[in-house]
Design a protein around this ligand. Structure first.
Ligand code: TYD
Ligand code: MG
Length: 454
């Protein structure tokens, strides 16, 4: 028997080293290296060498690109996040927590492709054919056309796929497939990486669109999609807030389109339904008549989006005051609190501060600062922010408001959603104000506090 060769793989980034180290040389994370066998059988190496001989240089202008054509899935929000549809020959990873709806989404995508005349093969190592059929029935007649294979051996999957020649192959999930060319259980870093690499080769050689499901567990040690991000062309994350029925699909890497686009879906009894107008959804359950809420006109990818920010500032019991955020950077909150203390005279020293962005949205752009500041002020003074007001602007350390990009598009969305007033930095007032919006131009946070609460 051949002696097992082992190596150490980082569970965060997948970096491979020969010796154990406390810190991963790839991504700098501590205590993430795990030992895994890597004994490869010879044939694989031979194939590799032959492949090398085959390649010949081509002039770039003569390269036939897969992105010349895209396939529509009929799920508009999904196509939109991909950058206009499925790219043949691409490898797409869909990450998300168990139960969020990844299998449902991909089965719908498969059904949509079938309806558009593209053959599909759905491979599951997680669910039985009967289970998947039940799901297919809930999703409507289209899903019945999808070919299903219950298999976890990747070599067998690829053989079947080569027979069937589908346009799109779905592997649910990458953590359940394995290749016998590698020792080690399915789901370990080595297996996950090797299987993904082989599927990438398969996608490119056969011009098949391959979709991988990757489970991400909260703080779990499972070889997560993180290690795969380098291998695949596109990374999509499917997220939700648990209690709510809507889900956000987000591209974090895309070789064939933009990143940070989002698509919003609602989970219903008949599967996922695209929500073409996310602002409406995020604002539907607006907290009206309560202090501590403000709406920001943000931009997600290329789309304007209106989202509610909620703040709750309460007297802390004892010890260091708490700073808890959901959907917003904690450091940024600390900075904004300091600016409000110093420049507008608000005192947060004795207060616990909770900040929540409604609907599972993550606000990362500085334009959200002004809405956060307005929500904080509103909670501290216990005075409501006008319900028809929208906020946008970056806050500087001097308390000054800084201009942000795409103001007209943001205001356009606000006007369309029925907002009547927009608070914007003085320097960001656009020449053309859309709709019937009244624009309040502000120099700094102190002025905002006076306008709103005094
Ligand atoms: P699933 O796609 O299995 O999640 P994942 O593959 O990410 O683990 O679906 C998760 C949940 O969605 C499941 O609890 C049942 C629910 N669901 C619906 O509400 N409606 C439907 O039509 C389907 C198919 C599932
Ligand atoms: Mg699943």
């Amino acid at each position: 028997m051949a002696k097992l060769r082992t190596a150490f793989f980082c569970t965060e980034c997948g970096h491979e080293t020969i010796r154990w180290q406390g810190r991963c040389p790839g991504c700098g994370a501590w205590n993430t290296l795990a030992e895994e066998p890597v004994s490869r059988k010879r044939p694989s190496a031979g194939r590799e060498a032959r492949r090398g001989e085959r390649a010949v240089p081509v002039r770039l202008a003569e390269v036939v690109g897969p992105e010349t054509s895209r396939w529509r899935t009929g799920l508009d929000e999904f196509d939109f996040v991909l950058g206009g549809g499925v790219v043949p020959g691409s490898l797409v990873l869909i990450g998300g927590e168990p139960g969020i709806g990844k299998s449902t989404l991909l089965l719908q995508v498969a059904a949509g492709l079938e309806a558009a005349g593209h053959r599909t093969l759905y491979v599951s190592g997680e669910e039985s054919p009967a289970q998947v059929r039940l799901r297919a029935e809930r999703l409507g007649p289209g899903a019945g056309e999808v070919s299903f294979l219950s298999e976890t051996d990747l070599d067998a999957v690829l053989r079947r796929s080569e027979e069937l020649r589908p346009a799109a192959l779905f592997v649910d999930s990458i953590q359940t497939v394995y290749t016998s060319e590698l020792e080690g259980a399915p789901g370990n870093v080595g297996q996950v990486r090797e299987c993904a690499a082989r599927l990438q080769r398969y996608a490119k050689e056969q011009n098949v669109a391959v979709f991988l499901v990757g489970h991400v567990t909260k703080g779990g040690t499972v070889a997560g999609p993180k290690t795969l991000e380098h291998i695949v062309d596109t990374v999509l994350y499917f997220e939700g807030t648990g209690s709510l029925d809507h889900r956000v699909l987000r591209a974090t890497k895309n070789r064939f389109g933009g990143v940070d686009e989002i698509g919003v879906f609602r989970m219903t009894a008949g599967g996922l339904v695209p929500v073409p107008n996310p602002s409406e959804l995020f604002l539907r359950e607006r907290t009206q008549g309560v202090s501590g809420a403000a709406v920001v006109a943000t931009i997600e990818g290329t789309r304007p989006l209106l989202v509610e920010v909620q703040a709750l500032c309460t007297k802390g019991s004892y010890g260091a005051p708490q700073r808890v955020t959901t959907g917003f950077d904690r450091q940024r909150l600390a900075l904004l609190l300091a600016v409000l203390e110093k420049r507008a005279g608000l005192a947060f020293g004795q207060l616990d501060v909770f900040l929540n962005v409604v609907g599972g949205v993550r606000l990362v752009e500085p334009a959200a600062d002004l809405a956060v500041v307005a929500a904080l002020g509103s909670s501290v003074f216990d005075r409501e922010v006008p319900g028809d007001a929208v906020f946008l602007g970056e806050v500087g350390l001097g308390g000054e408001l800084r201009a942000v990009g795409q103001v007209e598009r943001r205001l356009g969305e606000a006007a369309r959603m029925g907002f009547r007033r927009a608070y914007v930095p003085q320097r960001a007032v656009p020449e053309h104000v859309p709709g019937e919006l009244e624009v309040v131009a502000l120099p700094d946070v102190r002025t905002l506090m006076e306008w709103l609460f005094r």
